[in-house]
Design a protein around this ligand. Structure first.
Ligand code: PLP
Length: 480
């Protein structure tokens, strides 16, 4: 494509994206296509001859858009907010346009140095001390895997330089709560700890890790000759945003030489507001922390912020040093390929740089406060409504509810079917999208507030819809 065509089509597509965002509320939030429907509209064979992009906008509109679930819709209450502020769209465009591969400082000094600076900005915004150094990863899953690899190597005095974990006599054990995100057990398995050495510790009535159970598990492992290696604390679990007791967990980790990793994937964004920092009291004792600005801050997916206390250790675990990657500046600069798993790196820092400059810290704080206020409002409505239950505290923006009609009380299978039917009605109507989910055996409807476009009126509309759907699902014709 030459620059002439790029300029013309580029302007057209920017307009197309802007139009899409302006009319996003008109689409059903959750895509209504059936499996295979999008693919069936595309030719099975690639074009043999150049066909050009003359009809691409029409195809995007006709084929792609119906197959899109609209994460930036004001009625988005599913999974987690994954906002892509338009400033971040522009940053991604610039990143792609520059075509930078920032594996080393020398392969594009600006990619490294903008990242250095914005991660320092973010560290200050979060109130983390300068004991931490930040680096951008693609996802929290990758960062958590890095942490468990670092933990393994620290506890085993660099077993990777010998026979690896396979040659270790003492099994190394990883601990997290039974509410930890699936990326935690996945990382433990990928890092070679083995399912036998992974403890998913029971949680309390608020779904936070039980310290007494954790302590007992550690004691038992020590008595059996196993070595506690890593502890993952969730500040904001996926299901309910429960807050693990970080300060005493940090104490325990320090006592046993365990690596402490804090998974604040969603909740971390809220730490830019000082009044919420009680949630991660003790974070200063962590070895590593991850949060996802691509969840609730506004940078488009993907951008995870990973902070570590001992960069030298991370780099020793992650670095490779083939001759073709050496540069004259090694030792003077950060070569970010050594701060994570992939060699190649996009210029992701632009997304955070654009976003923070566009809104300022105060603008971003206002967003978080708005969403937490909206969740508190919904939580109050649920508490006051007969027949509705809230299944977890609401420290942040997630409200876990279920409808319990008197005639179904105590009948868990019937309640599950009823609440699935309520969620299904709301989702099929297309104005809002919630996630049905099971919490410790109880079917619930999980409402995750925080899309950029979601204002109080949208939360009010959702609450009305949930109540109407509950009535309709309870009527004879609506019974599952
Ligand atoms: N940790 C928590 C607490 C999460 O809620 C999630 C995603 O929902 C993740 C980790 C995984 O995030 P990512 O998709 O960035 O790997």
């Amino acid at each position: 494509m030459d620059t002439h065509d790029f300029r013309r089509l580029g302007h057209e597509l920017i307009d197309w994206v802007a139009d899409y965002r302006e009319r996003i509320a008109e689409y059903p939030v959750m895509s209504r296509v059936k499996p295979g429907e999008v693919a069936a509209q595309l030719p099975a064979e690639p074009p043999r001859r150049a066909e050009g992009l003359a009809t691409i906008s029409a195809d995007l509109e006709r084929i792609v858009l119906p197959g899109v679930t609209h994460w930036n819709h004001p009625g988005w209450f599913a999974y987690f907010p994954s906002n892509t502020d338009l400033s971040s769209v522009l940053a991604d465009l610039v990143s792609a346009g520059l075509g930078v591969q920032g594996m080393s400082w020398q392969t594009s000094p600006a990619a490294t140095e903008v990242e250095d600076v914005v991660m320092e900005w973010l560290r200050r915004m979060l109130g983390l001390s300068d004991a931490f150094t930040g680096v951008i990863h693609d996802t929290a899953s990758t960062a958590t895997l890095c942490s468990l690899l670092c933990a393994r190597e620290r506890s085993s005095d660099f077993s990777q330089d010998r026979g690896g974990l396979q040659a270790e006599e003492t099994p190394l054990v990883v601990y997290a709560s039974d509410q930890a995100h699936s990326s935690v057990p996945k990382a433990a398995l990928l890092a070679g700890f083995g399912a036998d050495n992974l403890r998913l510790v029971e949680t309390d009535d608020d779904h936070a890790l039980r310290l007494d159970v954790l302590e007992a598990a550690v004691r038992e492992d020590l008595a059996a000759g196993r070595r506690p290696c890593a502890l993952v604390a969730a500040v904001g679990t996926t299901a309910t945003t429960a807050i693990d007791p970080l300060a005493p967990m940090a104490e325990l980790a320090a006592r046993h030489g365990m690596w402490l990793h804090v998974d604040a994937a969603l909740a971390g964004s809220a730490m830019i507001c000082a009044e919420h920092r009680w949630m991660w009291e003790g974070v200063e004792r962590a070895d590593s922390v991850v949060l996802n600005p691509h969840k609730w801050m506004g940078t488009g997916f993907d951008l995870s912020a990973y902070f570590v206390r001992d960069p030298g250790h991370l780099v020793r675990v992650m670095s490779t040093d083939p001759s073709y990657l050496r540069t004259a500046q090694d030792g003077l600069v950060r070569n970010l390929r050594d701060w994570g798993i992939p060699l190649g790196r996009r210029f992701r820092a632009l997304k955070l740089w654009f976003l923070i400059r566009e809104y300022g810290v105060e603008g971003l704080q206002a967003r978080i406060r708005r969403d937490i206020g909206n969740a508190a409002w919904l939580s109050e409505q649920v508490d006051a409504a007969p027949g509705w239950q809230r299944l977890a505290p609401v420290p942040l923006q997630t409200v876990c509810v279920r409808h319990v009609p008197p005639e179904l009380d105590d009948d868990e299978p019937a309640l599950a079917a009823h609440n699935l039917a309520v969620a299904d009605r709301v989702n099929r109507a297309g104005r809002s999208y919630v996630t049905p989910s099971v919490l410790k055996g109880r079917q619930m409807i999980r409402v995750s507030i925080g899309a950029q476009a979601t204002e109080r009126e949208h939360v009010e509309a959702l609450w009305r819809e949930l109540q109407e759907a509950a009535v309709a699902a309870g009527e004879p014709a609506g019974r599952p």
